[in-house]
Design a protein. Sequence first.
Length: 198
Amino acid sequence: MKRRLVTLAVIAPLLLGACGTAKDPAAVSSAPAVTNIAEITAGSTFNDRDVMFLQMLADHQQQGLQMATIGADRATRADVVDLAKAVELTQTDELTMMKNWLTEWGKPTTVDKRVSVHADHGGLPSTTDAEINSLKTVKKADFESAFLNLFLAHQHNAVEMAQLELDGGSNAQAKQFAERVKESRADQVQQMLRLLNG
């Protein structure tokens, strides 16, 4: 899956029980967190696409959490800080849920990094450790633009992963989650674009 440099956006309510989308960062950060997420179960029916989706998205969200932590620490504008903190909160919960589901299924919670394993769906997302680490050293004046552009492309990858699950997954809960991921990350991309342009 090639990372596409779209242009900026922001965060929205996510988990299975959330509804609607927020249009400004303050609204997002005040959205109630889903409780007892660890108790959400996925059921025993699944296929290889469901497993790959959760493994890849879990790996992807660990990277996202790294970026969000840097963003919350280094951003100047309150709306960018709010975005980063909202991502930290939501994606931490989602990551717990995904790992729980994989464990329920007796599957590894980490993704196989071999390129050949992912050839049929375009490969692994391409956000690199070097790109993430560069956010720690970019000049303060350039940070928000660098963060938003990288994170926007990163979240666009999540939309692509979610679509692959919707096209070929079999587990109802995983597909419902994929739909929520697709909607929320698309909203984030649009909000980041507004932040970049504003």
